[in-house]
Design a protein around this ligand. Structure first.
Ligand code: HEC
Ligand code: HEC
Length: 400
């Protein structure tokens, strides 16, 4: 087995140069490439993941099997044919941490960038793709072609970060309670040197998909600002990129020069706006029931008063286009604590897109499936829908 791994590692090395040059040119000279930034740019956040969290230490001991189990994805297109063949033949030991290093060296772990020198993992950083990309599992569970914009619903950020040797045990225990597909962007921020506590205890929220945001106008569950505002908030304060962010509304100002985030925001925005939601798979819903459900959605169930097509949100329907139209948590009956920690204190009507793909629903994931969403509203608004009507409504939601 050792010998086979050695062979695979050789194949990794042989194709490493080719794999790296595949995205090298996009980063030099030419206009900034939003896709390359989204997938591969760490904005210098190794200062957080390596220098402060020391994630290179635990990651060097993690097997690919464990990495896949916490929701990390492998980009099959980054693997040379020799490795694909070896994987297919069952000749790659997925319990060997050395294989994880080889995958990092190939830039094949979605959203994680590692630098390996003399067989040691020396630097590690993350990119936007970590949370907002998945793979199509075409090769094996967790291994396939990239699908940018899809929420990584199986990614267990809390479990991963809790491996950091730099964090206190109590915090690690708290992080481990987050579970897959969730993250709390309001718990702390990183200012380039220190971790700044923001809110406690943590309130992890669902990692949303970021496709289908064209014409939405204000992003995030609480509509704190447009896409680039949020990208800056996350890129600097959460990912730990080397850049600047300031929002007096939440009392957070981070200044770091040179700023490796801000100049990239326009290209990153352009790329995000190009990400289309997936069409529902053939046969995934009953068309006749969905038609009846659409009528209910617009009419009797009143959903369309807030979820207005085409984007299925009303966030831009207020009197002033520069001010988001929002809803008090009590209006929709969802958890209020998270909104209270944000700049607006309220929730934006979530634009409905690719719903089948990203359960659970609501910002806190309190609805495990679409029927639970409908049941929530049935109670909240006293709709008294029959079981058949609920079914029809669910079938319509599946089409979005
Ligand atoms: C550690 C996981 C994580 C990483 C890394 C991350 N995000 Fe997010 N992202 C989230 C979470 C959680 C939210 C929900 C925040 C909210 O709505 O309050 C979010 C929200 C968003 C939204 C709003 C989506 C909507 O529903 O309107 C966009 C757009 C976005 N992220 C883009 C990015 C970009 C671009 C990057 C890289 C600069 C990035 N994210 C990095 C977890 C992450
Ligand atoms: C008063 C405005 C309003 C009405 C009416 C309304 N919604 Fe919503 N909807 C919202 C808001 C605000 C959220 C975000 C709540 C949260 O995440 O806590 C939301 C979230 C959702 C989500 C979760 C989307 C996701 O990606 O997490 C679904 C699905 C949904 N609504 C469907 C419906 C259906 C079906 C109806 C009719 C029965 C309906 N809504 C009626 C405002 C409304």
């Amino acid at each position: 087995m050792r010998r086979l791994i050695g062979g695979a590692a050789l194949a990794f090395a042989a194709t490493l140069t080719a794999a790296l040059s595949a995205f090298g040119p996009e980063q030099s000279g030419k206009p900034l490439d939003g896709q390359a930034i989204f997938r591969f740019d760490t904005f210098g956040d190794e200062q957080f993941w390596t220098d402060v969290l020391r994630m290179q230490e635990p990651i060097a001991t993690v097997s690919p099997a464990t990495a896949l189990a916490v929701g990390l994805k492998v980009d099959v297109d980054a693997l040379p044919q020799g490795v694909i063949d070896a994987l297919r033949a069952g000749q790659v030991n997925l319990n060997d941490p050395a294989v994880t290093l080889a995958l990092l060296q190939l830039n094949a772990v979605v959203g994680v960038k590692g630098t390996v020198a003399n067989g040691q993992l020396t630097r590690v950083g993350i990119t936007c793709a970590l949370c907002h990309s998945s793979v199509d599992n075409s090769f094996a569970p967790g291994i396939g072609h990239r699908m940018d914009g899809w929420a990584n619903t199986s990614l267990n950020v809390g479990a991963i970060v809790s491996l950091s040797p730099a964090l206190p045990d109590a915090l690690k225990a708290e992080l481990r309670t987050w579970g897959p597909g969730k993250y709390d962007p309001r718990h702390h921020a990183f200012d380039g040197t220190n971790i700044i506590p923001l809110n406690s205890p943590s309130l992890p929220i669902v990692i949303p998909p970021i496709y289908g945001l064209k014409n939405v106008g204000f992003e995030t569950y609480t509509a704190d600002g447009p896409i680039s505002y949020w990208n800056s908030y996350v890129g600097v304060g959460q990912m730990g990129g080397h850049g600047s962010f300031s929002d007096p509304r939440i009392g957070l100002t981070i200044t770091q020069t040179p700023d490796l985030v801000t100049p990239k925001l326009p290209a990153l925005l352009d790329y995000q706006l190009r990400l289309r939601p997936p069409a529902p798979p053939a046969g995934s819903f009953d068309p006749e029931a969905a038609d009846r459900g659409e009528e209910l959605f617009k009419d009797r169930a009143g959903c369309a008063t807030c979820h207005r097509s085409p984007a299925y949100t009303d966030v831009l329907d207020g009197p002033d286009h520069d001010v988001p139209l929002l809803h008090d948590p009590s209006e929709v009956g969802t958890e209020a604590g998270y909104a209270a920690r944000t700049a607006t204190g309220k929730y934006r009507t979530t634009p409905l897109r690719g719903l089948l793909q990203h359960a659970p629903y609501f910002h806190d994931g309190s609805a495990p499936d679409l029927l639970a969403v409908v049941n929530h509203y049935d109670q909240q608004f006293g709709l008294h829908l029959t079981d058949a009507q609920k079914h029809d409504l669910v079938e319509f939601l599946k089409t979005l």
